[in-house]
Design a protein around this ligand. Sequence first.
Ligand SMILES: N[C@@H](CCC(=O)N[C@@H](CS)C(=O)NCC(=O)O)C(=O)O
Length: 199
Amino acid sequence: MAFGLLNVNYESVVLPYDDEQTPIKLTGKKMLPILKHDKGILNESLDIINFLDKDNLLKTKEYLSSEEFKHVESLLEKIGKPVHSLAMPYWIFTPEFTPASRNYFQTKKEEKRGLFTNLVKRRDEFINEINTILLEIENDLKPFYKSETLTLFDLLLAAHLWGLYIVPEFQFPFKIHLYLQSVKKMCRFDYHSDFWSAK
Ligand SMILES: N[C@@H](CCC(=O)N[C@@H](CS)C(=O)NCC(=O)O)C(=O)O
């Protein structure tokens, strides 16, 4: 989303989830995303956005040190848990996964969250939790998060919420849906386009 919004050219390489070697070789850690640029390598989304936002269009530096950022971080942490538990059993069937990387992902995540078959049984609980937090977010859309213009916070929120579109039992409140679609458009973000254009 940051690349699209800030109009920066890039090449995207999708690594299989069970590829431990490539990220460890590049950064010493089994973690994505990784940005390889002219002068080095970055391995944290916020460092990457900060690096890309050279003209300060997203006011990244100010936001990262603001009180509001702490609030958004705790909001993301709160919503991240039920979003992941609800959506992970569906994500594993997207084209990002091969049978081997699906198995790697599921085994790793089940160690932390419990069996996916049990998570699926708890769908209503996660949906209720998510809806409570979405109500809070919805009240703060002006039409962007506490702002008339798009900011770094919208990228963070949209990145956390986007993956819920895959869950058939879940429906975004209409205002949140319109918000996500407008962030998507502004960022020229096209889910899975890597796979479609590669074919
Ligand atoms: N703080 C990092 C978190 C990145 C992160 O959680 N990446 C996940 C994929 S989206 C990952 O690579 N996890 C390693 C694994 O589960 O093996 C960031 O914001 O960039």
